[in-house]
Design a protein around this ligand. Sequence first.
Ligand code: NDP
Ligand code: MG
Length: 399
Amino acid sequence: MSPLQRVTVLGATGSIGRSTLDVLARHPQRYQVFALSGFTRLAELEALCLLHRPSYAVTADSASARHLQGALHSAGLTTRVLFGSDGLCEVAAHPQTDTVMAAIVGAAGLAPTLAAVTAGKRILLANKEALVMSGALFMQAVRKSGSVLLPIDSEHNAIFQCLPGDYSRGLGPVGVRRILLTASGGPFRETPLAELSAVTPGQACAHPNWSMGRKISVDSASMMNKGLELIEACWLFDARPSQVEVVIHPQSVIHSLVDYVDGSVLAQLGNPDMRTPIAHALAWPERIDSGVAALDLFKVARLDFQPPDEQRFPCLSLSRQAAEAGNSAPAMLNAANEVAVEAFLAQRIRFTDIPLLIADVLNREQTLKVESLDDVMAADQRARAAAGLWLNRYADQGM
Ligand code: NDP
Ligand code: MG
């Protein structure tokens, strides 16, 4: 039996966080919850603390930390409550934690995820935005600390499972021709193009196959999620953007494929439930029960594939361009997208404005060299400022 792993779950109140806690609770002899974090859902965080009794909890600010500390103390728990980015970094790098689930959404996850990497933890990476923003620096930090980096994104976890054990010298030496990144196509795969400008946040968040947080749901609907995943795949597997092909596969049963030079194509299949990649990464190289039902191929019956329509999904080509440009371009793409998605969810812009805002920011802002985390954060801030100006112009035009 493996020794007890002490797990920190960053973003515990979210969709990935809750799925992670579900898997951990199935294996109390293998895993102990060390720390949990939340941001706006304080009551949920309190309930999770009462259930999992972590050593630490992290909230957004000092007032919420005081409130939670009081509530947990009254319930007889000795959990210490920290707050803010410093609190997140402290629990992520804490000597008493072995494994960190990075499941905060967006750029806010970058600092704590990097803190965990630098401290040499086993990283379960769901927070793709962190890697997209800081790719080269992130991977350098992984190599330097010897941290074990395991992808949680279902596609990347599938690719990881289909690659041979050691691909550290790149894909060529292990005979990989291409990575085939599958995408469901989201809720608007077949919506008439003329109707896309009127779709609501509620419709965009109603994903046909997966239940996820709101930001990634909108990203899936615009296919920016696949664009971010393309960049994520390039960093994780040392691939060139041209080696990653996006394949629309509406059933979401094949989670991605690897195409080898001898003509073999390996795929990983399973029901669309994030507990599978989470359990895989938690236990790797062993296997544990995730609570996910066995795949019933007779029920699935058929698997369909089609190429993506880049006119319908301009975010995909914008991401490919940012991947090719490298340096600060992916961080700016990510920041502009975060601002655009938030504005769409707040009903300040239309769904079809998302790629227009991002393209404008990328056209206006120069791509600069990225040599430090400060450079990444500066690119992020420049893009957010440019996106803010775009939103002001948009509001002025009364659109
Ligand atoms: P959710 O929105 O459900 O959860 C996000 C988590 O991050 C919550 O715990 C939230 O706290 C916390 N959070 C939000 N903003 C901040 C902030 N500024 N500072 C600190 N914490 C914050 O998202 P998901 O779980 O769906 O996604 C999490 C990550 O995993 C994303 O990067 C996503 O792309 C990736 N991912 C998700 C998949 C899925 O199936 N859901 C699949 C593949 C990848 P609170 O809720 O308390 O406000
Ligand atoms: Mg994914």
